[in-house]
Structure formats: structure tokens, C-alpha cells
Design a protein around this ligand. Structure first.
Ligand SMILES: [Zn+2]
Length: 285
């Protein structure tokens, strides 16, 4: 009897622990923004309940076949990370830009729309690009990107034609009842305000474009005053290795990660959430 009682008490405590949110130990890497950009690491603890993980543009397809196949390759490990974060109590926002209407009748989309309006400390970016507001590179804060993506970055041998390719988020990433779906900067802000969330984890694709520039992306979240961090093994770039600086695709991604660490926010690997090895693309050296 006494043992059964103890077990019940312990189970209740465990359940409470999950509800209260765990603390997450993160090893954040940043760089000084001088030319040599020396990296430094700092251990920090974030309260999972005050943290959101925003999944940027992990679409079901892409006009670039190579980009689409890298998303498919990354998705299972990506989903493991999302599930592990949610289990710790992190709030999950799925942000498949320009195709949230696919989810218009879902409770997760309605949750984002129903969050009460909260005023942002600075005005949200209003520039338009690719159908959403866009936070352009900030010349006062950052140097030009270290890769040339002016050709839109298809790295395939046979170049892909730009077309409307995506219709929804890739189905390999699970959406739980308590998650939200939005690609809108104000809705994202409202959701965070409602939950008292200070910490923003960004992950998804593509780092040189959407992850930095979207209205829920790194530049906007940093300027809104959030503690922002990028999961550096759960991202990719649109970078054609034939363009400057002429390094291979994955080395190009590493350079953009360094750029983020110098000028915008620290990064960490998914190991800090999953406690298993960080993700690596098969083609990465
Ligand atoms: Zn391509």
C-alpha cells in the first residue's frame, strides 16, 4: 500500500515537472565580429516554459530539387528535436511561410489567430518580399553575407527553374495539439506575449534567406529584444558552390552560421535538446 502511494506521489510530481517546464542547458556559441571572428562558448540555462522553438519554412517541396532533398534528409532528426523540445515544455510554432492557409481549419492555426493583440516594442518590419514582410540585411549591424546567393542558390548540376513548389509543411514533422501555426510577425509576437516567452530558438531553412529575414526570423526577433539562438545543425542554405567564395555547399552554410554568430545571435546544436549526436548531412565533410 505504502509503495503504491509513493508511486502515485512520484508520478504526480513527474507530471507537475513536465507542466512546470524543465530547464534547458545550452552551450551557446558566438563570435567577435572582427575579421578573425574568434568563437567563444558560454553555458546557459533557459526555462523551457519561457522558450519557443520556431520552425522556419520546412516545406513539403521546393523549386530546387537539391534543397528539397536536403529537407527530406534532415526531417526525421528535425522531428526528433521538435518532439524532445516539446516534451521539455518548449512552445512549438510551425512557420511554413505562405502556405499557412493549408492549415486554416486546424486548432493550431486558430490558436495563433486567437492570441490577443500585444504591442511590439519596435515597429515590425513592413518591407515586402516573396509575399510576406521581410527584414532585409541591416548594413549598420552586419557585413554583407559571406556567400553570393544572387542566383538564388540552386546547387544542382542541372539548374532548377523557380516555380511555386510548396503547399504545406513537410509531413515528417509532427504537429501536436498544443502547437501553433503562423508565418505572421504580429501573430508570433502575440503568442509569445500571451505566454511570457523571452527565449526564441530558430531552426529550419534557409539560413541566408528566410531564417534571417522572415518576420518571425532572427533579425526581427533580435530587434524585438528576445534572447535568440539558432540550432546550427538544423538548418541549410541556398548556396551554389560555383559562386563566391567558391567553397562546397556545406562549407557555405558554415560561413553563414559564422555570420549569424558574429552579428546576430549565438548558436547551439540539437544535442543540447535531444542528448544524442548532432545532425550532419551525408554530403558534408
Ligand atoms: Zn536545384
Amino acid at each position: 500500500m505504502r509503495l503504491a502511494y509513493l508511486v502515485i506521489v512520484m508520478l504526480n510530481l513527474l507530471a507537475l515537472g513536465v507542466r512546470a517546464g524543465e530547464s534547458m542547458q545550452l552551450t551557446l556559441r558566438s563570435r567577435d565580429n572582427s575579421a578573425d571572428g574568434k568563437p567563444s562558448e558560454k553555458k546557459t540555462v533557459w526555462d523551457a516554459k519561457k522558450t519557443v522553438l520556431i520552425i522556419c519554412d520546412m516545406w513539403d517541396d521546393h523549386w530546387c530539387k537539391g534543397a528539397a532533398s536536403r529537407v527530406v534528409e534532415m526531417a526525421p532528426a528535425f522531428n526528433d528535436m521538435v518532439n524532445a523540445a516539446r516534451k521539455k515544455g518548449v512552445f512549438i510554432v510551425h512557420a511554413p511561410s505562405s502556405v499557412t492557409s493549408f492549415y486554416k481549419d486546424t486548432p493550431q492555426r486558430k490558436l495563433a489567430q486567437a492570441a490577443p493583440h500585444a504591442k511590439t516594442p519596435v515597429e515590425l518590419t513592413k518591407d515586402e518580399r516573396w509575399g510576406t514582410n521581410w527584414y532585409w540585411p541591416d548594413g549598420k549591424r552586419e557585413k554583407p553575407l559571406p556567400i553570393d546567393d544572387s542566383d538564388m542558390g540552386c546547387d544542382c548540376t542541372q539548374k532548377c527553374a523557380i516555380r511555386e513548389a510548396w503547399t504545406r509543411q513537410i509531413s515528417l514533422i509532427q504537429i501536436a495539439p498544443e502547437d501553433a501555426i503562423t508565418d505572421n510577425g504580429q501573430e508570433t509576437w502575440n503568442l509569445l506575449a500571451e505566454r511570457g516567452i523571452d527565449n526564441v530558438i530558430l531552426c529550419g531553412v534557409h539560413l541566408n534567406m528566410c531564417v534571417l529575414g522572415r518576420p518571425f526570423g532572427i533579425r526581427q526577433m533580435v530587434t524585438l529584444g528576445k534572447n535568440v539562438a539558432l540550432v546550427r545543425d538544423m538548418t541549410d542554405t541556398m548556396y551554389n558552390h560555383q559562386r563566391p567564395p567558391g567553397v562546397d555547399h556545406f562549407a557555405g552554410t558554415e560561413l553563414v552560421i559564422e555570420h549569424v554568430e558574429k552579428y546576430w545571435c549565438p548558436t547551439f546544436t540539437s544535442s543540447d535538446i535531444t542528448e544524442s549526436a548532432a545532425f550532419k548531412f551525408k554530403g558534408a565533410k
